[in-house]
Design a protein around this ligand. Structure first.
Ligand SMILES: Cc1ncc(COP(=O)(O)O)c(C=O)c1O
Length: 346
């Protein structure tokens, strides 16, 4: 009953086997000149219905976000993001470092989503071209958000409209893009470039890969400096097939979406069993694979004693204990049901 994080789970067997096969293939071109990397780019072009997109594998979500943001944001630029966003809270100033000094501005909104009206207000400040102020350059949204909610295509489009009106670029941290897409049920294109996203950090690590993310530029002109930045940042792997073989398997036969649908379904199963129980309360609607919930103390104690693992989470209301539970591609229905039976007994 490990519901601590989708970073703690292992990798899908099809992905592990793909890496084994790629390395058993003998010598191949290095630094991304290999056939796996070329096929991944082609698969992404097909998947996103965008034959001119540019895509580059990296090992971590932090690298994907920071390198993508650095391609959109000069050192004197600013990035607008939600106060809970991973780039603002949990990347140890990597975006500031990789942009060589850009400033992050927090734009509030409920449920981890940037409020489009607040964003429009923030972007309307008379700072453009004024040498004394950071220059607005990029807006970054997280999909699914750090609160487990999902932006629909029209919500992304509303943010993209004010972003582009002022000449900024729209970045999407898609560490859980698959879970978001599985919830919305539209096409990958509709949830990204057709809604106005310029560059996507497309995650795989949390959803069945060992460690692999890919930065997808829908506006290929923006990618001009990417390869230099990735190399300078120490993220150009000589044996790039390590990442590309994972990503190819991830994108084969819909594995990425099947994994995400399963993780989301396990989250729904947990919520369906948990929320009718007295004293429980969701902090946010559960739309992807993360659940933020208040549990009564005796229930939490019984679950902990029974071996359930999950993280505490800050709650705004004094005396209340909230927790985060995360499901993943390999969460079993039996684990969910065992968790629920302990909770019900308590
Ligand atoms: C929303 C989000 N973005 C990005 C990341 C990047 O993670 P890492 O650099 O640990 O691979 C994470 C990891 O937890 C995340 O939750």
């Amino acid at each position: 009953m490990n519901f601590r994080s989708d970073n703690e789970v292992g990798a899908h067997p099809a992905i592990i086997e793909a890496v084994g096969r790629a390395f058993a293939a003998g010598p191949v071109h290095s630094y991304g000149g290999d056939e796996w990397t070329q096929r991944v780019v082609q698969r992404l072009r097909d998947l996103f219905e965008k034959p001119d997109l540019a895509a580059f594998p990296v090992t971590t979500g932090t690298a994907a976000n920071s390198l993508a943001l650095a391609c959109c944001t000069p050192p004197w630029g600013s990035i607008f993001c939600h106060p809970n966003s991973h780039i603002a809270e949990e990347e140890t100033n990597a975006p500031e470092f990789f942009t060589s000094g850009a400033r992050l501005f927090r734009v509030e909104g409920p449920g981890g989503k940037i409020d489009p009206r607040k964003l429009a207000g923030a972007l309307a400040q008379p700072v453009y071209g004024v040498v004394h102020y950071p220059q607005p350059s990029t807006v970054s949204v997280t999909q699914a958000t750090e609160c487990g909610t999902v932006y629909g295509p029209e919500e992304v489009a509303a943010i993209a409209t004010s972003t582009h009106r002022h000449g900024l670029k729209l970045h999407m941290d898609g560490a859980r893009f698959a879970n978001a897409l599985a919830f919305v049920g539209c096409t990958p294109a509709e949830l990204s470039w057709k809604a106005g996203v310029d560059v996507l950090s497309f995650g795989a690590t949390k959803n069945g890969a060992m460690a692999a993310e890919v930065v997808v530029f829908f506006n290929a002109e923006l990618a001009r400096e990417f390869e230099f930045r990735r190399k300078r940042g120490g993220h150009l792997l000589s044996k790039m097939r390590l990442l590309s073989s994972q990503l190819e398997a991830y994108l084969t036969d819909g594995l990425w979406l099947a994994n995400a649908r399963h993780a989301n379904a396990m989250a729904r199963r947990l919520v369906a069993g948990l929320t009718p129980l007295k004293g429980t309360q969701l902090l946010y609607p559960v739309e992807a694979n993360e659940i933020f919930v208040v549990l009564p103390a005796h229930m939490h104690d019984a679950l902990a004693a029974g071996g359930a693992q999950y993280h505490p989470w800050p709650s705004d209301r004094p005396g209340e204990r909230a927790f985060r539970l995360v499901t993943a591609f390999d969460t079993s229905a039996a684990d969910v049901d065992q968790f629920l039976s302990i909770a019900k007994a308590a």
